[in-house]
Design a protein around this ligand. Sequence first.
Ligand SMILES: Nc1ncnc2c1ncn2[C@@H]1O[C@H](COP(=O)(O)OP(=O)(O)O)[C@@H](O)[C@H]1O
Ligand SMILES: [Mg+2]
Length: 264
Amino acid sequence: MTGPAGTAVAPPVARSEAAVRLTEVSKLYRRGRTTVQALDGISLMVHPGEVVCLVGASGCGKSTLLSLVAGLDQPSAGSVFTGTVPPALMFQDAALFPWLTAARNVELPLRARGVSKRERRDRVAELLHTVRLSDFADARPHQLSGGMRQRVALARALAQDADTLLMDEPFGALDAMTRDHLHAELERVTTECGLTVLFVTHNVGEAVRLGDRVVLLSSRPGRVIADIAVPIERPRRIDTTEVAELAAVITGRLHTAAGRDDAG
Ligand SMILES: Nc1ncnc2c1ncn2[C@@H]1O[C@H](COP(=O)(O)OP(=O)(O)O)[C@@H](O)[C@H]1O
Ligand SMILES: [Mg+2]
């Protein structure tokens, strides 16, 4: 493309092209004299509305990658793009304030943004309805089950009005039945709200159940070893042959990569 004075002009980049884009991202942690390279040359693009699951062994840099996308830390090299609205983040631990009711916990991001009292009340009611917890607005976290606490955490994340939701093993501590239920709930909520999701898990079946794509990271340092589109129609169930077969293929690739690392 050529500009008015014959200068090269980059083609216009559509604003909606990427919700999250990492370009050649590396991250080194220094501990005294030793340096740990957590990530090496990660390039990854997540399109708006897409659900991308990131899988890899414990310690391969998944949480590091999410913290960079969340803007909690800076890469040692490369760049991270997330658009103008900071992404919302959800962890394995719901991290609710124990002395606040579910409604008050959900209300926090709205208060932080200076939303008016009346608008806050309506929005909290709407968000609790979205996560099917309208009847538990006045319950405190210790009165809720683990799955319910994660739904409160999800409502609180939604209250940030972010376009992108970053989830770090959010269902890792839940029993299988609760987790299956929350998979369906998450799918419904993210579709309803048109959210982009970057979901970290070491559970390959969960990644195949949820993801439009599954991105595999190698261990020490984390590199992208494969980026696999999941061709399985929705709604999906984690306990089907299709999901199990693709999960087995992915697990095999992770083991092969781990074997190469050990040999090298
Ligand atoms: N703040 C930190 N300081 C030093 N090393 C860290 C820090 N955070 C993570 N690491 C190291 O970086 C590597 C990746 O960690 P992490 O991103 O937590 O992996 P994962 O989430 O995949 O289990 C590990 O070797 C871990 O010990
Ligand atoms: Mg982690």
